[in-house]
Design a protein around this ligand. Structure first.
Ligand code: SAM
Length: 229
């Protein structure tokens, strides 16, 4: 998979894609992540990418020209059939990202992520260029870079061969609309807090049953909405 990220602050994203699982996924060739500075596509002599809003009002709006030209250039570079490509705008007005939605993006060969800034992007970007509008939650950040990194992080770990143990994906929160069961590790007793005895018993069928029950219990307690889905 190729992921192109369009931003005026590429440096904000680099530390995240250069560490840990994303870094290893890139090294193993499971994903290519390419950062693009939107200013490089601006036809303005000062490389401006924003302007005042028509009709007045506060703040600046990102102009359509650099965004359209950048996306068109990246589509040409990616050279994948249109059914295998999505252009995604990060916006607080988009569909809320969740595990089901991010899974759907794993089937594409090229994703182009647009990070907004200021008051956001000119509406024509949304109506004529973008396939998906994605929000990471009901709050407003200063820019789309952190949302793009959230998107990339939860996507990359789902790509085949990225996580060493496939079971990590099978038994984790939101699978089967449940939260994951509680985890314990050594020591078995810590400051008077004991690990449940069953987990030390080596009886795998009982451990599995206990984990299922715990997953159900904590989902009922913390996220009853998941059980209704
Ligand atoms: C300050 S916000 C613009 C908010 C916009 N004026 C509004 O009220 O909907 C600037 C940029 O940050 C990004 N952004 C902010 N919050 C976000 C969120 N919750 N999810 C995804 N992107 C977000 C978007 O790219 C947005 O264009």
């Amino acid at each position: 998979m190729r992921i192109d990220i369009l931003t005026i602050f590429p440096g904000m994203c680099m530390p995240i894609i250069e560490e840990s699982i994303i870094k290893r996924a890139r090294e193993k060739g499971k994903v290519r992540i390419l950062m693009h500075n939107l200013r490089d596509y601006s036809s303005d002599k000062h490389k401006k990418v924003d302007d005042r809003p028509f009709g007045g009002g506060s703040g600046m709006v990102m102009t359509p020209q650099p965004i359209f030209e950048a996306v068109e250039a990246l589509v040409r570079q990616g050279n994948v059939e249109s059914a295998k490509r999505r252009v995604v705008l990060l916006t607080p007005q988009g569909t809320r990202l969740d595990q089901k939605r991010i899974k759907r993006f794993t089937k594409y060969k090229q994703l182009i992520l647009i990070c907004g800034r200021y008051e956001g992007v000119d509406e024509r970007v949304r109506t004529s260029l973008v396939d998906d509008e994605i929000s990471i939650g009901d709050y407003v950040l200063t820019g789309g870079e952190l949302p793009a990194m959230v998107f990339v992080d939860c996507l990359v770990r789902l790509l085949p061969g990225v996580l060493g143990d496939k079971n990590s994906l099978k038994f984790e929160s939101f699978e089967g609309n449940l939260l994951e069961y509680p985890h314990y590790t050594r020591p078995a007793a810590f400051r008077g807090l004991e690990v449940p005895n069953l987990l030390l018993s080596g009886d795998h069928s009982h451990i599995e049953a206990w984990r299922k029950e715990q997953a159900l219990k904590r989902t009922k307690r913390k996220r009853p909405d998941l059980l209704k889905q």
